[in-house]
Design a protein around this ligand. Structure first.
Ligand SMILES: Nc1nc2c(c(=O)[nH]1)N[C@H]1C(S)=C(S)[C@@H](COP(=O)(O)O)O[C@H]1N2
Ligand SMILES: [Mo]
Length: 541
């Protein structure tokens, strides 16, 4: 061996670096997520990716969460990605998964950097510690979001930590395996080959896990109760109404599957009726724990047709729906609950940590405030608040807890969940109207002219709609016809048969509430008090 060879032979062969570490971390993060997903689908174990997202939703400052909501709603609508609420939930779930992958990438990079420095050391111990550094906070986050009974939370936490420990050890093993070759060239090829094999194995596990888990998901979620629905066997109360919706108007009675769903959870809460109780406590003479059967059997049901909307609904958005609610007037319940004289408010808490505070005066003044257990004649679905939710006329959905667990009588007002995060204190529904359709394919004849049916919905909370007007190309406002609504609490279908003229036209609509107050024409975004503005639709013939 000549002296000049020596530098080459003894040249330090660096172990794989941070980029490889990030790649291995992410590659092994994918099957970690798939296995956690499967376990969640088939058992009661927690799913860390969704829990992490839910935790962020609850913990981040209100303005950031609001910005996130508006960005997602804006993109889903702007890019026509389908039903806003449903797509937004998918985006949230994907963000949860991406967050865990990013965490795995960062931790993988850190571990590789550490192991490169500390040449000897205990790589597997370092790997396990890295796994624990991810797993322990993840377990705590999951426990705080899920609020499961203690025993279950311990098992769930142990599961999460075990999964991350395995991940950490596997990352350390991968690094060991990648650092094996002694010659730089060989090492590079060997690493690349190893990463490919690892990626392939990871992809197989991930895809298989996601597929099997999703099958299970679909089975659990399919309602299969269509036949029991009230609407399947009854005529709507306004079936005889004279004014027919213009073809293309959204359904007056929203099918349950199409009703928007908005809440702070990546997935619906699954509440067990057997263990669920409505706890009534605070300023009461005797606390109560009521079962759903108690509520159903002890009180005559109240049925109301109701339109609810999300305060995040943009003008003409789809975060609004109408169905038939069944429950009990809260005023009627209060008569049996024996509140102490000092009580002035009810604090209503949900199983997901959401809450709202309702003045007693509101309840006493309006028998339509109700605790509801059915929509369209069937028990509330998991996504819409099973077993119990509240309805408060005239207010946006953010004031109306689903999955209610307890009602506390108190002597003061407090900001509710979204008020606390910067949304409007009152959250009173604004009057809005929408042009759903310009039905050029459904021309009718009248007064010797061809008339194009134009139509949509108008809504002003519980104030009713007294008048709707249509404007064509910025001209005069013409009164539209109003269809008898399902109730005083629902939207109203309007229709305007427009004398056809060739060309390009803009159709605008505005409504007046029951007191004759015209809707605001000022364009306001959803935050903080609900969107307003005139909706228009263009059409060219
Ligand atoms: N427990 C709980 N209740 C909740 C929410 C929530 O996040 N958690 N979201 C509220 C909001 S913002 C709206 S718009 C309505 C939506 O009800 P829906 O999903 O049944 O349409 O639920 C309300 N009730
Ligand atoms: Mo909402």
């Amino acid at each position: 061996m000549s002296r000049s060879d020596a530098p080459t032979r003894t040249r330090r062969l660096d172990g794989p670096g941070v980029v490889s570490g990030a790649a291995v971390g992410v590659t092994l993060g994918a099957p970690l997520i798939a296995i956690s997903f499967l376990a969640w689908r088939f058992t009661r174990l927690p799913f860390v990716a969704f829990d992490a997202f839910d935790w962020m939703t609850r913990t981040l400052p209100g303005p950031i969460v609001t910005f996130g909501i508006e960005a997602v709603v804006g993109i889903v609508r702007g890019a026509h990605l389908g039903a806003t609420a449903e797509t937004a939930k998918t985006v949230e779930q994907a963000m949860g998964v991406a967050g865990v992958l990013a965490g795995c990438g960062l931790a993988g990079a850190a571990l590789f950097a550490l192991l490169r420095r500390a040449r000897s050391g205990w790589p597997y111990v370092a790997g396990a510690l890295t796994g624990a550094a991810l797993g322990v906070p993840a377990a705590l986050i999951s426990a705080s979001v899920n609020r499961t009974p203690e025993g279950e939370a311990i098992v769930g936490g142990a599961w999460i930590i075990a999964v991350f420990l395995t991940w950490g050890v596997a990352v350390a093993w991968s690094r060991h395996r990648m650092g094996r070759a002694r010659v730089a060239e060989v090492a590079r090829i060997d690493r690349r080959r190893f990463l490919l094999t690892l990626g392939g194995a990871s992809a197989v596990i991930t895809v298989a896990g996601a597929y099997v888990g999703t099958l299970r998901l679909e089975r659990r979620q399919s309602p299969g109760v269509a036949s029991g629905r009230w609407s399947a066997s009854h005529r709507l109360p306004n079936a005889g109404a004279e004014v027919q919706p213009a073809p293309g108007t959204r359904p007056e009675f929203t099918p349950l599957e199409e009703h928007y769903r908005i809440d702070i959870n990546t997935r619906p809460l699954e509440i067990d009726e057997k263990t669920w109780r409505l706890r009534v406590h605070g300023l009461v003479n005797a606390p109560l724990a009521l079962t759903l059967a108690d509520l159903r059997s002890q009180y005559a049901p109240l049925h109301q047709f109701v339109t609810i909307a999300c305060i995040s609904n943009p003008v003409a958005g789809d975060l609004i729906g109408t169905t038939r609610w069944t429950g009990i007037s809260l005023k009627r319940l209060l008569a049996d609950w024996r509140l102490k004289p000092a009580a002035t408010h009810l604090k209503i808490r949900s199983a997901d940590g959401f809450f709202e505070v309702v003045p007693l005066a509101t309840v006493m003044a309006d028998e339509r405030v109700m605790l509801a257990y059915e929509w369209d004649g069937v028990p509330l679905t998991a996504g819409h608040g099973f077993p119990l939710r509240i309805y408060i006329p005239n207010l946006y959905g953010m004031k109306q807890p689903k999955w209610i667990e307890s009602i506390e009588a108190t002597d003061h007002w407090e900001p509710g969940y979204w008020v606390d995060r910067g949304w409007d204190r009152e959250a009173r529904m604004k009057a809005t109207s929408v042009v759903d359709t310009v039905a050029i394919d459904a021309v009718v004849r009248g007064d010797g002219q061809r008339l194009v049916p134009i139509g949509g919905v108008a809504h002003a909370g519980a104030r009713g709609v007294s008048r709707v007007e249509v404007q064509v190309d910025g001209g005069e406002w013409h009164p539209a016809q109003l269809r008898t609504p399902l109730s005083g609490l629902t939207w109203v279908i309007w229709r305007f048969d427009w004398p056809f003229q060739k060309g390009r036209h803009t159709f605008s609509v505005r409504c007046y509430d029951g007191k004759g107050v015209v809707q605001s024409a000022d364009e306001a975004p959803p935050h903080p008090a609900g969107a307003s503005g005139i909706h228009s639709r263009n059409a060219a013939f």
